[in-house]
Ligand binder design. Structure first.
Ligand code: HEC
Ligand SMILES: [Cu+2]
Length: 438
């Protein structure tokens, strides 16, 4: 396209570009990093504002000078040849000094922001250990005895001090509206702290892994619920308790002394497990749980189940017949190890322990029924989704370390049909059990 034709189209192009830019302004962006809800975010936001401000001034000045020069000193027919210049000390000093001053104006607040955000967290902060796994998040509250996954509860107005570690490869922890990003680095501990504004109680935020970590990197998400101090205390107290229906929970309820002996001898619950046949007892104080119907649409997982040729067949009518008692048997009874060795990878506090939190490969399931999401925040947690997840998790989430467990299912890792495994009826029982673990 010749210069003249371009010139004819230029106004139209500029109008189109401006319209396109403006069109982007109307929408709401709930995951925007430019919405600042914590001290950490505001410090970094202020730095960004300053950079954009100075950058804009420099850009406008330089471009204006450029356009002015192009027009004013353009070649004219019959014009005199341009004057030749060699060196101009004043000009050279000016264009060295001004950028140097601009750099100082940027460097000083940048270094200050780095020191502020890297400082030790203030005393009295809530400590949360964030542990990255391929491809889900483990959250521990060591002071409160809580271990959970993919859903983080934070009391609004209190500083939270995150200790960041990874069990495998690099990950990065980011909740755009609250703070981050900060990497989780192998064999190293990183820290990040921020204070969610006290006005935030009752809100939900999306969090992401932002360091490429393998096939389900994009499926490694989490939710942050900011709640009141009372709601947080209620939630944490219940989350620290043993699983509903577990021998330890039953022992604590009747004879407090027995609970201590069970805890001291990890072998004891194995025997006890076979004897407890009653349905998991109703939880006395179920603790605060963020109401699912108060979650804004953009925080509700919308990943569809595999469909069409890829669908995981499951007879949903059996879900209604699922028995939590039978489900608990399947999970805890050693005789079924070949079928449902769930506890070789998962911890259910109060039940027989085959792994502890430090060597468990999967999320802690003690209060799974109180979570709204499933599989690294990828799916909504409901019975039909959970049933298919247990049947064939790696088919729903590429690379997932949770194995294919359904009889007859195609295992994407071994590339073979499962000769044996759980049938729909057994899965329905396990679903009923897990959903009862409020
Ligand atoms: C080889 C280890 C392993 C075994 C065995 C295993 N799981 Fe998992 N499970 C995992 C891993 C790893 C995840 C996390 C997967 C992800 O999100 O990518 C997981 C995730 C889950 C989740 C979702 C938890 C959440 O909050 O997102 C549930 C529920 C679950 N497993 C139940 C079971 C049940 C029930 C069994 C037995 C029938 C079982 N698992 C057996 C490793 C295992
Ligand atoms: Cu990751």
């Amino acid at each position: 396209m010749s210069f003249f034709r371009l010139r004819r189209f230029a106004p139209a192009l500029i109008v189109a570009a401006a319209a396109l830019t403006l069109a982007a302004c109307g929408d709401q962006y709930p995951n925007s990093t430019f919405t600042h809800f914590t001290d950490n975010n505001r410090i970094i936001g202020a730095l960004w504002d300053r950079l954009v401000f100075f950058g804009t001034i420099v850009f406008v000045f330089v471009e204006a000078l450029l356009i002015f020069t192009i027009i004013k000193f353009r070649k004219r027919p019959g014009g005199a040849p341009a004057r030749q210049i060699h060196g101009n000390a004043a000009l050279e000093i000016t264009w060295t000094v001004i950028p140097a001053l601009i750099l100082v104006m940027i460097a000083v607040p940048t270094v200050r922001a780095i020191y502020k955000t890297q400082a030790k967290a203030p005393d009295g902060s809530l400590k949360v250990e964030v542990i990255g796994h391929q491809w889900w998040w483990e959250f521990r509250y060591p002071e409160l005895g809580v271990v959970t996954a993919n859903e983080l509860y934070l009391p609004a107005g209190r500083t939270v001090n995150f200790q960041l570690n990874t069990r495998d490869v690099l990950h990065s922890f980011w909740t755009p509206q609250l703070g981050g990003k900060r990497d989780l680095i192998t064999n190293r501990t990183n820290w990040l702290w921020y204070t969610p504004d006290s006005s935030l109680a009752g809100q939900v935020f999306n969090g992401f892994c932002v360091e490429y970590c393998g096939s389900s990197h994009a499926n490694m998400r989490f939710r942050v619920y900011t709640v009141t101090a009372d709601q947080f205390a209620s939630w944490a107290k219940h989350q620290a308790a043993d699983a509903a229906g577990s021998p330890a929970a039953a022992a604590t309820a009747s004879v407090p002394v027995a609970a201590a002996s069970v805890a001291a001898k990890p072998a004891a619950p194995v025997v006890a497990a076979a004897n407890v046949t009653a349905a998991p007892a109703a939880v006395e104080d179920p603790g605060y749980v963020f109401p699912a119907d108060k979650m804004p649409a953009h925080t509700v997982p919308a990943t569809p189940l595999p469909s069409g040729d890829r669908a995981i067949a499951f007879d949903e009518s059996v879900l209604a017949q699922g028995s939590a008692t039978a489900g608990r048997e399947l999970i805890t009874n050693m005789a079924n190890l070949g079928k449902a060795p769930c506890l070789t990878c998962h911890v259910v506090k109060g039940e027989m322990a085959m792994v502890n939190n430090d060597n468990a490969r999967g999320p802690n399931l003690t209060h799974f029924g109180s979570r709204h999401t499933l599989g690294g925040g990828l799916f909504k947690s409901d019975a039909p989704t959970l049933a298919r997840w247990i049947k064939n998790a790696p088919h729903m989430k590429p690379g997932s370390i949770m194995p294919t467990l359904g009889a007859g299912e195609f295992n994407p890792v071994t590339k073979q049909k499962m000769a044996s495994g759980l049938d729909d009826r057994q899965i329905a029982d396990i679903v009923a059990y897990l959903m009862s673990l409020k």
